[in-house]
Structure formats: structure tokens, C-alpha cells
Design a protein around this ligand. Structure first.
Ligand SMILES: Nc1ncnc2c1ncn2[C@@H]1O[C@H](COP(=O)(O)OP(=O)(O)OP(=O)(O)O)[C@@H](O)[C@H]1O
Ligand SMILES: [Mg+2]
Length: 328
């Protein structure tokens, strides 16, 4: 059995400018705009939703299969993911485009100038899941995260046709897509993931009520930031799982992806949704406490101690047997 994680693979290049952009903009000359800011700092961070989710799963001792498209420049990133137990053998390498890149400069007033280059990501529409399944075995689950929209549609359609259980995680693409894109990405999903804001986007853009969404997916998992997560199923009471209190809030980028990794790990161990949400919250809090989405490390004893403090010893007993391969 296998876990396929489809979605974006990208690097973020983040710079900070010590002054204010607005001091260099001449309003009546904007049609000739040409400015260059001398920045102080460049940080290159590994990211992309599918890569983040795989990193989390690998940290929990699983061996997820990354499904996405990159450029020739992926070599270092590939080595990093492989060291963290991620199967990268089915990643599609573009012959002409670079790996997707987010380039962003912030100034001292928190103004931001950013660009996202999709690059090789647009080739994820060329990926067929079947040959990957032939290599790694029938998937327990296929998670379809934000990616090239045509690629997301293709993967979802293939899952429906071949009967692979799929989890829909359209996240960032909800802002971009219209109802005609979003409806087929969700319909028939075993689980739909979103945060609260995205939940409203889903109902607004699909024109489906929350009840109708629930009639089309098995379960809707809505993350609530520091308030935890809500699990909704048609005809049942919602279940709310509290978040794990953070020791220090550093930067939340990537929490949603880590949550999904924990959730998916617990599902693949055969645990129920409430436990899955707890494991998701446990992994997510590690991301809150770090700068970057793939910078955390977990050790078994500290992880289980935190688990006990928030969710009790029964949760520890359910997780512990599956965590034997991770650092003590
Ligand atoms: N401040 C926090 N402290 C502890 N846990 C948090 C905090 N913020 C988020 N989490 C955990 O992360 C999960 C996902 O958070 P959130 O709902 O903010 O996701 P998101 O909006 O998709 O984030 P992003 O897209 O930026 O990764 C929550 O369910 C919770 O378990
Ligand atoms: Mg998110």
C-alpha cells in the first residue's frame, strides 16, 4: 500500500529591504517605473504544499510518494527530501522550465512586492497516476493539494475513474478558481480539507450549501488556526479537537500542510478521525515554532510528552507503536 501526495513543489526566496518602497516611488512617473532595492537579507526556503506534506509524513516514519513537476534545478531539494524518507522517483522533471519559485521582498513597513513563477509546475498536468501506482502499489490514499489547476483536475478525475480514495486539499487554488473548477475537485472526495476562510470560499464559489458539500464528501475537516480543528460529517454532530498550545509563536507558514501530514499518517495507521486530527495538530505546532515549513525535527519522547499533556495517555498509546522508527 502507498500514500501519493500530489501538489506544488517550490522554493521561496525571501528578501528584506531596510527602507520603505514608497520612498522610491514617484507617483507621476509610474509608467516609466524602474527601481531596484538593495536588500539586506536573502533566505531560500524549501516549500510547496506537496513537498511540505511529504516532509511531515517522512518525519513520522512513513514513506510518502511525491507527485509533482520540477525543473533540472531540483537536485539539492530532492536529496533533502530523500534524506527525510520521501520517495521522489515519480517526480516529473521538466526539460525546459525551472522549479516553481516564489520571490518576495518585504520592506520595513511590511509592504510586499512578490512574484510567483509557476514554471515546471504547469507540467503536472502531464503526470498520470497509474504508472506510479504500478511501481509503488495500490494507494491507501491520494491527496491532491494546490498545484497546476489542470493537473489537479486530471489527478482527481483519474482517482474517480480508477477508484483510488482521494483527499481534496484545494487550499490556495480556491482564491483563483471558479465554481466550475472547484466542484469537480471536491465531488466524491473521501475527505475535504480547508481552513475556515476557505470553507466560505467553497460554499460561495460552488453554490453548494455546507450540507450539500457534506453530501458529496465523506468528511470535511476545517482547521481553525489556534482554535484547533472541526470535523464535520453529514447527519452527525461536529467534533472539535483543540490545538496544541504553542511554546513560542514564531511563524505560522506551513501549519496547514503539517496538519495534513499528521492527519494522513494517522489515517494510514488505521486510526479514527479524532485521533488523526490530534496528530495533525501535534505536528502543526512544530511548524508554528520555527521559521520555515521544513525546519522542524521531532524526537519521539518529546513528541509523546506533548501528546500526553494535550490529549492524554490513550492518545499516546495509539501513536507510540507507530513511531518506533523515529529518533528517540
Ligand atoms: N498558534 C497556533 N498554535 C498551535 N497550533 C496552531 C496554531 N495555529 C495553527 N495551529 C494548528 O495548525 C492547524 C492548521 O492551522 P490553520 O487553520 O491556521 O491552517 P491554514 O490557514 O491552512 O494555514 P496555512 O495555509 O498558512 O498553512 C490548526 O488546526 C492547529 O492545529
Ligand atoms: Mg492552508
Amino acid at each position: 500500500m502507498s500514500l501519493l501526495v500530489a501538489g506544488s513543489i517550490a522554493t521561496d526566496h525571501l528578501m528584506s529591504f531596510p527602507g520603505r518602497f514608497s520612498d522610491s516611488l514617484v507617483v507621476d512617473q509610474l509608467d516609466k517605473l524602474s527601481v531596484s532595492f538593495l536588500v539586506e537579507d536573502l533566505e531560500v526556503r524549501r516549500g510547496g504544499c506537496a513537498a511540505n506534506i511529504c516532509f511531515g509524513l517522512g518525519n513520522l516514519g512513513l514513506r510518502p510518494v511525491l507527485v509533482g513537476a520540477v525543473g533540472e534545478d531540483f537536485a539539492d531539494y530532492r536529496a533533502w527530501l530523500q534524506r527525510h524518507n520521501v520517495d521522489c522517483d515519480s517526480v516529473h522533471v521538466s526539460e525546459t522550465r525551472h522549479t516553481a519559485r516564489f520571490v518576495c521582498t518585504n520592506d520595513s513597513a511590511h509592504a510586499q512586492i512578490a512574484s510567483f513563477y509557476a514554471g515546471a509546475m504547469s507540467e503536472s498536468r502531464e503526470i498520470e497516476l497509474k504508472p506510479i501506482v504500478d511501481r509503488v502499489g495500490e494507494p491507501d490514499y491520494v491527496i491532491i493539494g494546490p498545484d497546476d489547476p489542470q493537473g489537479m483536475l486530471r489527478h482527481t478525475e483519474e482517482c474517480r475513474q480508477r477508484g483510488y480514495r482521494f483527499l481534496a486539499d484545494p487550499s490556495q487554488q480556491l482564491a483563483f478558481g471558479d465554481g466550475d473548477l472547484i466542484r469537480p475537485l471536491i465531488d466524491g472526495a473521501e475527505i475535504l480539507f480547508s481552513n475556515e476562510y476557505e470553507a466560505s470560499l467553497i460554499t460561495q464559489k460552488t453554490g453548494w450549501s455546507a450540507e450539500e458539500v457534506l453530501s458529496r464528501v465523506g468528511t470535511w475537516v476545517v482547521t481553525l488556526g489556534p482554535a484547533g480543528v472541526r470535523i464535520d460529517r453529514q447527519g452527525e454532530e461536529s467534533v472539535v479537537v483543540q490545538a496544541v498550545p504553542e511554546i513560542e509563536k514564531v511563524e505560522p507558514t506551513g501549519v496547514g500542510d503539517a496538519f495534513r501530514a499528521g492527519f494522513l499518517a494517522a489515517l494510514s495507521w488505521g486510526l479514527g478521525h479524532e485521533r488523526a486530527a490530534q496528530l495533525g495538530c501535534l505536528l502543526a505546532v512544530y511548524v508554528v515554532e520555527q521559521v520555515g515549513t521544513q525546519e522542524y525535527e521531532i524526537s519521539r519522547s518529546a513528541f509523546l510528552a506533548r501528546c500526553a499533556a494535550t490529549y492524554g495517555d490513550e492518545a499516546v498509546a495509539d501513536f507510540e507503536p507507530h513511531l518506533e522508527t523515529i529518533r528517540p
